[in-house]
Design a protein. Structure first.
Lengths: 207, 470
């Protein structure tokens, strides 16, 4: 469990600071695969339940979503650079301080040991997902940020021991998958209509 | 209860299989009437109907369901005439019209699930599903503005809902062994860990508040509501916002009032204040209406935060806002099609051209601004009285001033559009399929303004005790 969490955290930091889109999608896929191992590491649960959840996580987070994203990148001819509004140095610094803040917040709530590591890593992913969504300018980067945020919530939930019955967990996966699927469709449509994917230039609607 | 889900689902399937947009629209109308009939039948058989562990229709849910089903009937009738006009004008093709009916019925289905969900996580799934099914409605026309609006909507609301899920996690942490059903949480509220309950409520309020359009998380709302086709805008503004509100109200019994009330009052005042500042500079009719939705959600949240006598008034305002806002979006849709623009400045002198449209628009503006003799006046007044009685003098005063500002700007816009000089060219005739549903809503609003049935208000008072904070 601890090894998994540390790996997830490292991948999250890579996702936050990398300037290229394809490696980011690859990290996202690996992160999804690691997340799918989480239900298995919980020895208390029933085996078939853990196996179903593992399968669902793997197919949505490690296969479906990365496939949608990389198809979008290749079909839309999006460049390799994931441009940001602030410099990479600033992003590295911000990510570091957000991770520190996450650990401080979680220890303030009296968490310790494995629980602290899991919750703080989850919170770091949530923060860095938000950071990606707000600082990266390409639509595909924003979707990546959203998925990182979701992964963070997933890890945070697993660390704080929240578990729901199987149909509900599967419903949550379905919702997430459809959300990213819809975002993918919209990316194609936006590309066709605007002939670019830079969200800085999408601002005709304002007061 | 199964029929509540069956009707919208069958209407969606029927629309998918329909050969013409007319057939799809007929399916929608039949589905909507069926859903409404079932809702009434269920409401008469209440207090509670339970289906398994996760689904339950109680009185609070039935009240919100009644609004969803009623608005759905009105909008489905309207959409027949509206899309006929849009197709005649060449704004939309038959296949997109058919898809409208598919998505709108799935959207209604997801809202029925929000209302009937009795488990925190199921409710979350349902609220997220409302976002997913309504996003295609926003970019139905496939133009750039629609896509921009849908993109913002999908992204911002998904992040908001993700925060609400953190709320679910915190509440499950606070609950320990208590199951996450609303009745179990309310019964076991003494045993919940207060630190995590507070965190959970904050995240629920920010998360579902994003969906509700509370300031400062409202930025997506004016875009989305102004880009969707008129009947979809009416559903988004008139009932979807209520569903997000219901999601927050459901957890209220588990949350200490001393913590929740100030938060709600703060978000309420902010959400009335932002439209009060921005309404005066609006140029787009549908954006103006969208800002008014933010304002009204603020009023309702403020009323819930005031507590006491303001709470039943806030629940009444949910109904009043839905009636007046749906009315306005429906009339505005017809007017926008006939004038060929959404710009307020170019819409002038409706009353002279078509007295009925002008009358409905001006009446709707008065109703939404909370002027007597319409229903909104009493609920807004009730919230003010409740606030003063509860000792929230400063907040009540700010509320009153902001309402006066908003009333002024709405009155100016309304009288300019209805009675102002201009419009050189002759307009096409109004579409009766569009105006009759709107007229029915104006009558409802007027009726609720002249006479709130005492049994109904007693029921609202009873409901408001079920959402009282602990």
């Amino acid at each position: 469990m601890n090894t998994l969490t540390v790996l997830l955290l490292l991948l999250g930091i890579h996702l936050a600071v990398t300037e290229r889109i394809r490696p980011a999608i690859r990290s996202l896929a690996i992160q999804g695969a690691l997340l799918s191992l989480l239900p298995l590491s919980d020895s208390a649960g029933e085996t078939w339940r853990a196996a179903t959840l593992c399968l669902a996580t793997f197919s949505v987070k490690s296969v479906a979503i990365p496939v949608i994203l990389s198809r979008a990148v290749s079909k839309l001819g999006i460049g390799q650079e994931s441009e940001a509004l602030i410099s990479t140095k600033a992003i590295v610094l911000l990510t570091g301080s957000l991770a520190l803040a996450a650990f401080l917040i979680c220890s303030r709530f009296g968490l310790a040991g494995q629980e602290l590591l899991g919750a703080a890593a989850g919170l770091t992913l949530i923060f860095s997902g938000l950071l990606t969504m707000t600082t990266r300018v390409k639509a595909v980067s924003q979707v990546i940020g959203f998925v990182v945020l979701e992964n963070g919530i997933f890890l945070f939930g697993a660390a704080s021991g929240s578990a729901f019955s199987l149909p509900i967990e599967l419903g949550i996966f379905l919702d997430l998958f459809v959300a990213v699927f819809l975002m993918g469709i919209l990316m194609f449509k936006i590309q066709r209509a605007f002939t670019h994917m830079d969200v800085r230039k999408i601002h005709t609607l304002k007061d | 209860m199964e029929f509540l889900f069956l009707f919208p689902f069958s209407a969606a399937v029927a629309a998918l299989l329909a050969r013409s947009p007319g057939q799809a629209a007929a399916g929608s109308i039949l589905g909507a009437v069926g859903l409404f009939a079932c809702t009434v039948r269920q409401a008469l058989a209440l207090p509670v109907e339970v289906r398994g562990e996760f689904l339950r229709l109680d009185e609070l849910g039935a009240y919100f369901l009644f609004i969803v089903a009623g608005v759905n009937v009105v909008c489905s009738v309207y959409s027949y005439g509206y899309f006929r006009r849009e197709m005649e004008g060449g704004h939309i093709g038959p296949s997109k019209t058919r898809m409208y009916h598919v998505w709108i019925n799935l959207f209604v289905l997801s809202m029925v699930l929000v209302v009937c969900a009795h488990h925190l996580a199921l409710q979350w799934i349902a609220v997220e599903a409302t976002t997913l099914f309504s996003a295609p409605l926003i970019y139905l026309h496939g133009d750039r503005k629609g896509m921009e609006a849908a993109w913002k909507y999908l992204l911002i609301c998904s992040v908001g809902i993700a925060f609400a899920f953190l709320g679910v996690i915190f509440l499950s942490r606070a609950a320990g062994d208590i199951p996450l059903t609303f009745s179990a949480l309310a019964a076991g509220r003494e045993k919940l860990d207060p630190r995590f309950v507070r965190l959970a409520f904050l995240f629920f309020l920010v998360g579902y508040g994003t969906k509700m359009g509370l300031a400062p998380m409202h930025t997506w709302l004016p875009d989305a509501h102004s880009q969707a086709p008129a009947p979809a805008s009416a559903m988004l503004s008139g009932v979807l916002l209520n569903c997000a509100l219901l999601a927050v109200l459901r957890v209220a019994p588990a949350v200490p009032g001393a913590y929740a009330s100030p938060l709600l009052i703060l978000f309420g005042i902010a959400s009335i204040g932002v439209p009060a500042l921005l309404a005066a500079v609006q140029r787009d009719l549908k954006r103006l209406l969208a800002f008014s939705s933010i304002e009204n959600m603020g009023i309702i949240v403020l009323g819930i935060g005031f507590g006491g006598a303001a709470r039943p008034a806030a629940l009444l305002h949910v109904l009043n806002h839905s009636i007046a806002k749906v009315l306005l979006f429906l009339v505005a849709g017809d007017i926008i099609l006939r004038f060929g623009t959404q710009r307020i400045q170019r819409i002038r002198g409706i009353f002279r051209q078509t007295p009925l449209s002008g009358f409905l628009l001006f009446g709707g503006i008065l109703a939404i601004a909370g002027s007597p003799p319409f229903g909104g006046f009493w609920s807004e007044f009730g919230i003010l009285v409740g606030g003063i009685a509860g000792g929230h003098l400063t907040a009540s005063l700010i509320y009153l001033v902001l309402l006066a500002v908003l009333f002024g700007s709405f009155l100016v816009y309304g009288s300019d559009m209805a009675f102002g000089e201009g419009t050189p060219r002759k307009l096409t005739a109004p579409e009766l399929w569009c105006l009759v549903p709107a007229a029915a809503l104006l009558v409802c609003s007027l009726w609720l303004g002249l006479h709130v049935p005492s049994g109904f208000y007693k029921a609202l008072e009873r409901l408001s005790t079920t959402i009282a904070f602990s």
